[in-house]
Design a protein around this ligand. Structure first.
Ligand code: SAM
Length: 288
């Protein structure tokens, strides 16, 4: 069954009484080469397991299942259950879990479904939850080696921007803290049904296990990043002083000591400087 063929999709929908729900980000892939490329460039092979987020009719799920040891997929829409029973029939290494990826207990899911195996995440993400899903996967330090996901082109550009450039934001810094991001390829809106109003891109995040920026206090690091990027075009000293209750003069001294200007904006600091800023503030707080 060719799941990228619109007439096949229409037939499945009419036989199972299914229709698209726009609010769930249901733009299904109808370009076969894109599905294959996500699975191949996402590192799928018989030595790893795959986690997919959002199955749709199972077009990518199938590509992942045939290449991996085991594939588990989380899908929110139970209306897809009878369709998936049909489209994934005959594949005995795939399991669909019906639930909300933003709420599901991921640690438990990994223990139960992957039992310590190496996992790659591959997905055509529902765009309304791109950032929270990526952040959850990274923050929970699950045994994931890479995350290969389709996101809106603008989100891909933001995530893969250089930290310390105008395009960077809090998500850029967070993603770079946990991984090495890379843009793989662009995907035009015509590759989906229904066709969205935006173009897309596939990115890959290779997870880094060690604390490569030598951040002393991770919680403080993310608090600082969130605070200074909330007003990233303004001098970072103002929101930071208000948030951490540290006098601006003290923060000026710290910025100079890490090689930044006292009037620096968040978007001017690279990862090493962000880490140095955090560490200097952490030391100051310990002494107080
Ligand atoms: N993988 C399919 C494809 O490429 O054609 C579908 C991709 S579609 C962009 C996103 C899918 O995510 C939909 O099937 C949608 O129902 C599902 N989804 C939306 N929100 C979700 C959530 N919170 N948790 C799990 N799945 C969700």
């Amino acid at each position: 069954m060719q799941l990228t063929d619109l007439s096949v999709i229409r037939d499945l929908f009419s036989r199972h009484g299914f229709s698209f729900t726009k609010s769930l980000g249901q733009n299904f892939l109808i370009n076969p080469s894109v599905c294959r490329k996500i699975a191949e460039m996402g590192g799928c092979n018989k030595n790893v397991c795959a986690l997919e987020i959002g199955t749709g009719v199972g077009v990518l799920t199938k590509e992942l299942a045939i290449r991996t040891k085991k594939t588990a997929a989380v899908e929110i829409d139970r209306g897809l259950e009878p369709i998936l029973a049909e489209t994934l029939a005959g594949l005995d290494n795939v399991e669909v879990i019906f639930g909300d990826i933003t709420e599901i207990d991921l640690k438990k899911l990994f223990e139960e479904k992957f039992k310590g195996e190496e996992v790659v995440v591959c997905a055509n993400l529902p765009y309304y939850i791109t950032s929270p899903v990526i952040m959850r996967l990274l923050e929970e330090r699950l045994p994931i080696s890479s995350i290969t996901v389709m996101v809106q082109k603008e989100a891909a550009d933001r995530i893969c921007a250089k930290v310390g450039s105008r395009e960077s934001g809090a998500l850029t810094a967070a993603v770079n803290y946990y991984s090495v991001p890379k843009k793989l390829f662009g995907v035009s809106r015509g590759s989906f049904a229904p066709s969205p109003n935006v173009d897309s891109a596939v990115i890959r995040l290779d997870i880094v296990r060690e604390n490569k920026y030598r951040v002393r206090d991770e919680k403080l690091f993310f608090r600082i990043v969130k605070t200074i990027f909330s007003q990233r075009r303004k001098q970072l000293i103002n929101p930071l002083s208000a948030e951490l209750k540290i006098p601006k003069e003290k923060l000026s001294e710290i910025l100079i000591s890490i090689g930044a200007k006292p009037a620096a904006r968040a978007e001017e600091l690279d990862m090493d400087k962000l880490a140095a800023l955090c560490n200097a503030i952490s030391i100051l707080k310990e002494r107080q």
